[in-house]
Design a protein around this ligand. Structure first.
Ligand code: HGY
Ligand code: MN
Ligand code: MN
Length: 420
């Protein structure tokens, strides 16, 4: 089996990643090149067609489910056996990099192609998967495709979610499916179809540890929990030059009070807890009118389910206690509990790295991934590769061709083992 992974082709994988990076390319600071490729857009569909064109000569059959999740299936010796799934997402942050998500999809295709070229004929089918809307950048929350696939939420849960232009998720999905009407359809995940035998996702670490500790491979033990909220404050607009401060109902001032109070709630001297207010919308958003509406997001994460529950459940009361003049609405948008990956897959990743003479670090993931929602369905795990200075969600995101190939060789060996 050792030679199976050696046919992973570093150059081919790198060229494919660079070609994908041209679809939605953006210029970042200091000459960095990033990607802005939101889900369910023409750019997203252009990238999917490119992926399908690489898979076609290998005889992989494309299919799309009701959430737009894209599958490329390689039949196994036993076509009735539950498939092994491997992939990630193709959508990016608006100010994203060339590796987050897409690396896991391209690596899964490369691993399947390498196993074919090594003459490996797995017993189980292997399906390369690209999940819809992992990032949650255009439509919140993230992981809609994998959550619906896993039956974690009904498929229509997010129909009313709107993007910055007021386009609803349901409309964007309908347009997307219509544009891909030529592709075969398949039922929605385990809601309507068979559970996979196992799932493995390759991804850049999106943190600094592997590079700092000089390790080739991250053997991912699990993923911390994430909770997303939206806070809406409703005050009263007024003339900036005439309205006395004592009479104002200023939504921005109340937002400041709320964020200050949340900072106190989320204080963590050990710096394990993650708390981010990353998106703020103000109206009327002019310099000489008092703001009557503010909507801001909360992204709160922690590895402990207890901390996630205790502090997360205190968010609404903390905001209400701090706001002085405005109406308050707090809505939870996303709740991903911490997960531990299965020893079967974690062990397979560890063994493959060892067999290939690669240094490895057992570590949790700070970023969430589609794998988080597949855990309840089947043995699930991830393979991390280092990225430069841990930079991600930033055009400067970068990983070396050789590092990415090492991750793909480990993935190929794990897939060969799981697919029998
Ligand atoms: O936000 C996350 O953790 C993921 O990278 N979308
Ligand atoms: Mn990702
Ligand atoms: Mn991401």
């Amino acid at each position: 089996m050792g030679e199976a992974w050696s046919t992973v082709n570093e150059g081919r994988q790198w060229r494919r990643l660079m070609e994908m990076g041209e679809i939605g390319a953006i210029a970042g600071p200091d000459g960095a090149q990033g990607v802005n490729r939101a889900c369910l857009t023409p750019l997203d569909r252009k990238a999917r067609r490119l992926l399908i064109s690489w898979a076609a000569p290998l005889g992989l059959k494309p299919s799309v489910d009701p959430l737009g999740n894209l599958f490329l299936r390689q039949e196994g010796a036993d076509p009735d056996a539950a498939p092994v799934l491997s992939g990630s997402h193709m959508d990016t942050q608006p100010n994203g990099g060339r590796f987050d998500g897409i690396y896991g999809v391209v690596a899964a295709l490369e691993a399947v192609q390498a196993l074919r070229e090594a003459g490996v004929k797995p017993r189980r089918p292997i399906e390369v998967v690209a999940w819809t809307n992992e990032e949650g950048g255009r439509f919140a929350p993230g992981c809609m495709g994998s959550m619906a696939y896993a039956g974690y939420r009904p498929a229509d849960t997010w129909n009313a979610a709107e993007d910055g232009d007021g386009v609803r998720f349901a409309g964007a999905l309908r347009e997307h499916l219509a544009a891909e009407a030529d592709l075969p359809r398949r039922p929605l995940g385990v809601v309507e179809g068979p559970a996979p035998h196992a799932y493995v996702e390759a991804h850049i670490e999106q943190g600094p540890r592997l590079e700092a500790e000089g390790k080739d491979i991250g053997v991912v033990s699990g993923i911390q929990g994430s909770r997303w909220f939206v806070v809406e404050l409703t005050g009263e607009t007024a003339h900036a030059g005439t309205a006395p401060l004592s009479l104002r109902r200023d939504a921005v001032q109340d937002m400041v009070r709320a964020v200050e109070a949340l900072n106190a709630l989320m204080r963590d001297p050990s710096d394990v807890l993650r708390f981010t207010v990353g998106r703020i919308e103000v109206s009327p958003n002019t310099s000489n009118s008092v703001a009557d509406r503010v909507r801001f997001t909360i992204d709160f994460r922690h590895p402990s389910a207890d901390v996630l529950r205790e502090r997360g459940d205190a968010i609404e009361a903390t905001v209400r206690g701090a706001v002085r003049d405005c109406g308050v609405a707090v809505t939870e948008r996303f709740n991903a509990q911490p997960v531990e990956f299965s020893p079967a897959v974690v062990g397979a990743v560890e063994r493959a790295a060892k067999a290939q003479g690669l240094s490895a670090l057992l570590m949790p993931s700070g970023a969430f991934h589609d794998a988080q929602f597949i855990v309840p369905l089947c043995p699930t795990g991830m393979v991390f590769v280092p990225c430069r200075k841990g930079i991600s969600h930033n055009p400067a995101e970068y990983s070396e061709p050789a590092q990415l190939a090492k991750g793909t060789r480990v993935l190929a060996q794990v897939l060969a083992e799981l697919a029998g």
